[in-house]
Write a protein that binds this ligand. Structure first.
Ligand SMILES: Nc1ncnc2c1ncn2[C@@H]1O[C@H](COP(=O)(O)OP(=O)(O)OP(=O)(O)O)[C@@H](O)[C@H]1O
Length: 576
């Protein structure tokens, strides 16, 4: 944590804040003693002591005032800096996690951690801890003064403070647990709301508004239940505090009065005692209160700290080899895989052996769920195989610099997503080289996207997002994005699934043109359900439940009369 603070240049702010905090606490702790001395000096007409003490009091008041101001300002600044760097650090930790991490974690939960939880954690460090330190210092000062004044009275007050702290420890533990529950339930509510609002079209079509409201309300009810129990516990804590606090006052008056009557203690000493007693008990109360608020924040921030401890994905840490040129020869050798989030499931891919020659056009077909997209996920190294190896141009995929390799791959996913930015930025997304406007237009023309883009009010500068374009338009932008990268390996995962027949015809044209154009220099892998789009492939790989069952060209596979022939037959029947 300190490294974070240092790296963001807030070391000096924290230093000034702590120094002013200590000076303010020390100045304040002397005030009750000097104050009561002044009162009794005035009563006994001791002008010298009265005037000296008045000056000291004025000095202490100014010093503690300035230092308190400095302390508050500096801790405020430290809080802002800390919150910013906590969020930056957590976000960068999240960005570099393995993809499987995002299969396990809910996005709504992660965004809550990045927002409210980081804020609470920075408050713990910049606010609660400073207040605790200040009150501890004042409490120690008050106790020393009490011990000097009267040991039995000091010890009886200390005993009450200890009982108070014990009660608080129990209460604090409860609060910590409650805060964690509140945080988890709140994250659940956020997640439910985020999911519902982002899938509003589906919710409206299926008329599940009330059901979704009920789901959200369930989470809120849980939050309210824990909050109510927290409030009841707080009530018990307040009862204990005020009872014990009043006890100290009674003890002070009874024991102090007896001591005065027996001549052991003067009235001035008893006044000082009562004042310091107040300080000690209040310091204990404020420390416990701040610790309680800190406990709540720590409970809520535990997940943030756990997330911050995560190491980045191996892919980020390892450097890897960069080849001079990617030819596009791909080999899967005995590759098996199951998703980490479903570790107990049977493998999604089982003993895959396939070799795609450089510049070959290979189509992968098979029933839904047979593992086609998973194969591509492994090729993109979004996941690692559990056994076997993948080779690119004879080099194990694991040993290649994956960021560099991904720069050589053009990928049109099954459901392309569009960022909330201009179409131009969406097309050039992830391109590291300098891109001219003409290049973008050329890629869009090849993807048959230019016409619809030109018809938009701001053309290529039109800001779009996932909801503002049709499925086909999004796919054409994704195709343009892949073309612009000028990739050595092009992967089209059901690039025609969201297109109407006419557009599909055009995009088939695009793919065909790209393939013929690419024959000389690119490897193309096409995954498609519409078998009409893959007829012209050099080779067709047929998959069934995670295995390759057939391989060959269109005519050969039809003659074989296996799964491919059945799939083609089924599609022909459907179209007829
Ligand atoms: N992220 C994931 N976590 C866990 N299981 C997954 C994940 N993605 C896919 N699966 C499972 O892996 C299996 C293969 O999925 P995959 O997407 O590779 O199939 P597919 O052949 O591409 O299907 P489709 O043609 O419908 O796109 C399925 O059973 C699916 O439920």
């Amino acid at each position: 944590m300190w490294d974070l603070v240092e790296s963001h240049g807030s070391r000096w702010v924290i230093f000034v804040a702590f120094t002013s905090l200590i000076i303010a606490a020390l100045s304040e702790i002397s005030i009750p003693s000097i104050l009561s001395e002044s009162i009794f000096a005035a009563q006994s007409s001791d002008a010298v002591v009265f005037s000296r003490n008045s000056k000291i009091l004025a000095f202490l008041c100014i010093t503690s005032g300035i230092c308190s101001g400095l302390r508050s300002g500096c801790f405020g600044i430290a809080n802002i800096i800390l919150m910013k760097c906590l969020r930056e650090t957590l976000y960068s930790v999240l960005l570099f996690q393995d993809i499987s991490f995002f299969d396990r974690e809910a996005v709504g939960d992660l965004t809550s951690r990045l927002g409210a939880d980081c804020q609470r954690l920075s408050l713990v460090i910049a606010n609660d801890m400073s207040l605790i330190l200040r009150n501890v210092l004042q409490g120690i000062g008050a106790l020393i003064n009490l011990l000097i004044l009267s040991r039995p009275l000091a010890l009886s007050t200390l005993f009450i403070c200890c009982v108070l702290s014990m009660i608080f420890l129990l209460y604090g533990q409860y609060q910590k647990k409650a805060a964690k529950l509140v945080q988890d339930f709140t994250a659940g509510a956020n997640e439910a709301a985020q999911e519902t609002l982002s899938l509003m079209r589906t919710v409206r079509v299926y008329g599940t508004e009330r059901k979704e409201f009920g789901r959200f309300k369930q989470w809120l009810d849980k939050v309210a239940f824990v909050n109510i129990r927290e409030s009841v516990a707080y009530g018990f804590w307040c009862v204990s505090f005020s009872t014990l606090y009043r006890s100290t006052q009674i003890i002070a008056v009874v024991l102090g009065g007896i001591s005065i009557m027996s001549g052991h203690v003067s009235a001035e000493q008893l006044t000082k005692y009562v004042l310091y007693c107040e300080w000690l008990i209040y310091a204990t109360w404020r420390v416990t209160d701040n610790v309680s608020s800190m406990m709540q924040s720590v409970g809520a921030s535990e997940k943030v700290l756990q997330l911050m401890d995560l190491l980045p994905s191996d892919q980020v840490l390892s450097k890897g080899v960069k080849l001079q040129r990617v030819m596009g020869h791909i080999q899967f050798v005995n590759v098996s895989f199951r998703y980490p989030s479903r570790a107990k499931q049977i493998p999604v891919l089982d003993g895959i052996n396939v070799s795609v020659q450089a510049h070959e056009v290979v189509a992968i077909v098979g029933l839904s769920g047979s593992g086609k997209s998973t194969l591509v996920n492994l090729l993109l190294r979004l996941y690692e195989p559990i056994t076997g190896q993948i080779y690119i141009d004879g080099f194990p995929l694991r040993e290649l610099d994956i960021r560099w390799l991904r720069g050589k791959i053009g990928f049109v996913p099954q459901e392309p997503h569009i960022f909330h930015m201009s179409i131009k930025s969406n097309i050039e997304y992830g391109c590291s080289r300098y891109i001219k406007k003409e290049d973008i237009e050329c890629a869009a023309k090849q993807a048959y996207a230019h016409d619809f883009i030109s018809s938009l009010p701001d053309g290529y500068e039109t800001v779009v997002d996932d909801n503002l374009l049709s499925g086909g338009q999004k796919q054409r932008i994704a195709v343009a994005r892949a073309i612009l990268r000028d990739p050595a390996i092009l992967i089209l995962d059901e690039a025609t699934s969201a297109l109407d027949s006419e557009t599909e015809h055009y995009v088939k044209g695009v793919i065909h043109a790209l393939r013929s154009d690419m024959k000389a220099k690119r490897t193309v892998i096409v995954i498609a359900h519409r078998l009409s789009t893959v007829k012209a492939a050099d080779r067709i790989v047929v998959m069934d439940v995670g295995r390759i069952t057939e391989m060959g060209n269109h005519t050969g596979l039809l003659e074989k009369d296996g799964l491919y022939a059945k799939l083609v037959g089924a599609q022909t029947d459907t179209l007829a």
